[in-house]
Write a protein that binds this ligand. Structure first.
Ligand code: MN
Length: 401
């Protein structure tokens, strides 16, 4: 009974936070959260750490705008905050005189935004469930706040974004998502200077549509090509038409608006939910890689012309079947061809090795690690490199599998 009463009161206390989040301007949500943690959860101090675009640093986002850059940065690769971020779990660290610091993932479904750090003096037990709910609520509110204010996007940048990269980031879907049948996550490099690569997905009750595209060249022209290609595919998809029509429509708009040798390569997949049968087409793009039962192999998809090269080009629908436990990796040639000047390319073998050796990682962490490996291999990335990881997680015993 006592437990039920505590839960009820916990919920009422969270209700106060919801009400305050709803009332204050979006740039003040961190202050509101800090006050609530102090007054209602007994915290001595708290801090929101936002992950930067490269996912290497957790940047403090204080309530006070002037203090934003003065806090302590944490690295994603080490320490308690990094562990909580990479492994997406609550981490507690004991300090002097029984003080406790709690690191909570601030994550919307599976999209990782950062970490909420909360310090207690140790005089009372920490209510982990209440703090976890508060962190989840903060994530939802932060995602909503992006539509009103630049404040949190600015804090995640360590330098100015190129204009092409600004276009590309606006074009992206939520970077990670999952349902019982699948888990998807994507990552692009170089994050501050991306221009040409992009990915997209959309989910309905009966299907998951996924695409990855690579526009020829780099910079603003490539970003505009990518933007037109993805928007034309979305527009066709939203009118209820299949991937063949989506590609054909993107193709004809690209031919019309960008005559000459401007084109976009891409893969489009339409996956039945919950069955996992895939319809796919290949517009001159490297094939997806499939990790199944510990072995990596490309999915043989016959290539058609890239989008935007020839009016009336036809895109053939091809088929394959996903099985529970499969991991599918869509990538652009910037991953396999990444190299230092005069040095060896990152190569297919490195990608396959990582697929096998990092199979235990969640797709969000897998694409981050793959991306880091590519950046580490070539120092400074000169071509766009994009990876989208899709785990087919539908339980084996579900009917019809
Ligand atoms: Mn490329």
């Amino acid at each position: 009974m006592a437990e039920a009463g505590e839960r009820r009161s916990g919920r009422a206390v969270l209700g106060e936070l919801v009400e305050q989040f709803d009332r204050v301007p979006p740039y003040d949500i961190v202050v509101v959260c800090q006050q609530w943690l102090r007054d209602r959860a007994g915290a001595r101090r708290s801090e929101l750490l936002l992950v930067d675009y490269d996912q290497t640093v957790l940047e403090p986002a204080h309530g006070d705008e002037a203090a934003s850059r003065t806090g302590h940065r944490h690295l994603v690769g080490e320490g308690a905050a990094g562990t909580a971020y990479r492994e997406q779990r609550v981490v507690q660290e004991l300090g002097p005189r029984r003080s406790v610091t709690v690191f909570l993932p601030v994550t919307m479904r599976t999209e990782r935004l950062g970490i909420l750090l909360v310090e207690f003096d140790g005089s009372e037990p920490v209510d982990s469930a209440l703090l976890t709910d508060a962190a989840r609520l903060l994530a939802l509110v932060l995602v909503g706040a992006r539509r009103y204010t630049d404040r949190f996007e600015v804090l995640r940048r360590n330098k100015d974004l190129e204009l092409a990269a600004e276009i590309q980031w606006e074009l992206l879907p939520v970077l990670a998502y999952e349902l019982p049948e699948f888990s998807i996550a994507g990552e692009l490099q170089p994050t501050y200077d991306i221009g040409g690569d992009t990915f997209d997905y959309a989910v309905s009750a009966t299907r998951l549509t996924v695409s990855i595209t690579d526009a020829v060249g780099r910079g603003l022209r490539a970003a505009l090509l990518a933007s037109l290609a993805v928007t034309a595919m979305r527009n066709t998809r939203r009118s209820g038409r299949a991937i063949g029509a989506q590609a054909a429509n993107a193709n004809s708009h690209l031919v019309e608006q960008f005559p000459g040798p401007h084109f976009v390569t891409g893969l489009l997949l339409e996956i039945d939910l919950p069955g996992g049968s895939v319809r796919a087409l290949n517009a001159g793009h490297p094939p997806p890689l499939l990790l199944r039962d510990g072995a990596v192999a490309p999915v043989p998809l016959t290539p058609d012309l890239p989008l935007g090269l020839a009016d009336g080009a036809v895109y053939r629908e091809q088929h394959f079947q996903l099985r529970s436990g499969d991991r599918l990796l869509l990538l652009t040639d910037g991953i396999t061809e990444a190299h230092c000047r005069g040095g060896p390319e990152f190569g297919d073998e490195n990608v396959s090795d990582l697929l096998r050796s990092l199979a235990h990682l969640h797709p969000t962490e897998f694409v981050r690690r793959l991306s880091r490996a590519v950046v580490d291999h070539c120092g400074d990335i000169t071509d766009d490199a994009t990876a989208v990881c899709l785990d087919w997680t539908r339980p084996r015993d579900s009917p019809g599998s």
